[in-house]
Design a protein around this ligand. Structure first.
Ligand code: NOJ
Length: 554
């Protein structure tokens, strides 16, 4: 029988280190806090891997996604010895460690950029993307040192405004796809690639099992730096209202086909370390054209192990729409490539805020029963909600630049207990880096562990069940027709190792599902956690907001 690897059968849990567990009393989470919670991760939840958002030295302009040293730990989070301890302790428990690699941009305080901007003939000048101003029609010199002309092209920063920053001292613009404090590295320069691959080796040699690659498709842009064309259909998305950034089609500022060559080499590098034990990569790739998206697996499945699949977050929460994206995805995935799903992360509003508490349970069942690797976001398992952040406490640079787009609400401290500071920091700590949810006394790990049928209880049940079920871990997927509109029904089947029917009611009304051809089965899990046992598919009644996992005979 084919052997599946840990990142295929396993479940990944994302930790935003600032917000997971503070052991030093400064109101910010740290790596020692992650070590403290290893029991929770491996015993209470029993996940297989943790992905740690950046913990590197950083001025924190974008809370760590502006790295000023790729091979060290920010003192806020600990040091390399603590990191090594975390890896050792995690590995003893069979928990894999995935770190965040941020290759598209560094901090503007990184020594590479400080050198690069020091003069036009510095040896590292070409490590970043520098360009002359486009001469203005007036061709006049500004007395205040302002650029003699316009930015080199019309590219925009994801966080608002132009993607170009004028550097007065050297008289050129540099590119920043995100903040001006995050200059884009020039991946067309082989020295940059070599330096970043050394970073990858550094962490592989320290024992990490894989990388989550920040905005992976951004690293290669149009070499001619052509203007982006206007977007005739600037509607934003389900997650975001339209804004200036959406007025252009982002054809030239990211995703140039040359990106694939880089990921082929990157994969070879990882594979070189995989004889010892399999290493893994997942790219953050927000592309919703499935052919393009799937190209990041590589034509020979020789690039990323998987591009993150954000499709579920990008459709209406309705059975029909969800089924449609899953079916499209299943059709687009190249043979042999491994799918994955995600419903939340540090950039998006939380599941509870999006779908409500009742449907959050259906969401948990969907995520943990689809084919492929699920990634959970810390706190979703206890039903953490978005936390309203008063303007004077807002920290996220995105929200500060573009009101309404802040991501602080979904990055608030983990809710461990009903104690003051929710067990995130010691009770006497005066200030946490972000405010706690007002309902943390109800939604926290300690309380929910003692409460049968809590959402945490449901996540634990689903995780345990998934681990025991070959059909869920690696079986095939097949949608089932004939259910009411409000329900999404699919089969997962592992030849001879089990056949499972998942029935999800996306509505707040009772639904009758009549699928007599499927015969009889046994309910293994209901999202309400109050029923198990024999059931006939002649007529299955699902209560409002209920999902069930049913074992069918093979
Ligand atoms: C994507 C990350 O997930 C996000 O948090 C960050 O702000 C941008 N990339 C820039 O690194």
């Amino acid at each position: 029988m084919k052997e599946y690897l840990w990142w295929q059968t396993g479940v990944v849990y994302q930790i935003y280190p600032r917000s997971f567990k503070d052991t030093t009393g400064n109101g910010v989470g740290d790596l020692a806090g992650v070590i403290e919670q290893l029991d929770y991760l491996t015993e209470t939840l029993d996940v297989d891997a943790i992905w740690l958002s950046p913990f590197y030295p950083s001025p924190m302009a974008d809370f760590g996604y502006d790295v000023s040293d790729y091979t060290d730990i920010h003192p806020l989070f600990g040091d390399l010895a603590i990191f090594d301890e975390l890896v050792a302790q995690a590995h003893r428990r069979d928990l894999h460690i995935i770190v965040d690699l941020v290759p598209n941009h560094s901090s503007d305080q990184h020594p590479w950029f400080l050198e690069s901007r020091s003069s036009r003939d510095n040896l590292k000048r070409d490590w970043y993307v520098w360009a002359d101003a486009k001469p203005s029609s007036l061709q006049r010199r500004h007395s205040d040192g302002a650029p003699d002309g316009a930015p080199p092209n019309n590219w925009l920063s994801v966080f608002g405004g132009p993607a170009w920053e004028w550097d007065e001292a050297t008289g050129q613009y540099y590119l920043h796809s995100f903040l001006k404090e995050q200059p884009d590295l020039n991946w067309r320069n082989p020295a940059v690639k070599a330096a970043m691959f050394d970073v990858v080796r550094f962490w592989l040699e320290r024992g990490v099992d894989g990388f989550r690659i920040d905005v992976a498709h951004y690293i290669m842009k149009d070499p001619d730096m052509r203007d982006n064309p206007p977007n005739p259909n600037a509607q934003g998305s389900l997650l975001r209202r339209p804004r200036e950034y959406d007025t252009l089609l982002h054809l030239h500022d990211k995703g140039h086909p040359d990106v694939h060559g880089v990921f082929r080499e990157f994969r070879q590098l990882l594979d070189g370390y995989s004889a010892e034990r399999p290493r893994f990569s997942v790219g953050e790739i927000h592309i919703f054209d499935w052919q393009k998206w799937a190209s990041y697996y590589g034509e020979e499945l020789d690039e990323l192990h998987m591009p993150f699949n954000f499709s579920l977050m990008n459709v209406a929460w309705q059975a029909r729409d969800i089924r449609q994206v899953v079916d499209e995805l299943e059709a687009a995935i190249p043979p042999g490539a491994w799918p994955n799903y995600v419903l939340g992360n540090h950039d998006h509003t939380r599941i509870v805020a999006r779908y409500g508490r009742a449907q959050a349970r259906v969401a948990a069942m969907l995520l943990l029963t689809l084919r492929g690797t699920p990634t959970l976001y810390y706190g979703d398992e206890v039903g953490m909600n978005d936390v309203p952040i008063p303007p004077e406490l807002e920290q996220d640079p995105f929200g500060l630049r573009e009101p309404g787009f802040g991501r602080d609400s979904n990055r608030t401290p983990m809710q461990w207990s009903p104690a003051p500071n929710a067990g995130f920091s010691a009770p006497n700590v005066r200030e946490l880096w972000l405010p706690l949810a007002s309902d943390y006394e109800e939604f926290n790990v300690e309380r929910q562990l003692a409460e049968p049928r809590s959402i945490l209880d449901l996540y634990r049940r689903l995780l345990r069940y998934r681990k025991s079920s070959p059909a869920l871990q690696w079986g095939g997927y097949q949608p089932v027709d004939g259910a009411p509109d409000a329900c999404y029904v699919f089969l997962r089947h592992a030849q001879g190792r089990g056949r499972i029917l998942v029935v999800l009611n996306f509505s707040a009304e009772e639904q009758r599902v009549v699928l007599p051809a499927l015969g009889e089965g046994t309910i293994a899990v209901s999202t309400h956690l109050d029923r198990e046992g024999a059931v006939s598919l002649d007529e299955l009644v699902l209560r409002e907001d209920e999902g069930v996992i049913i074992e069918l005979s093979d």
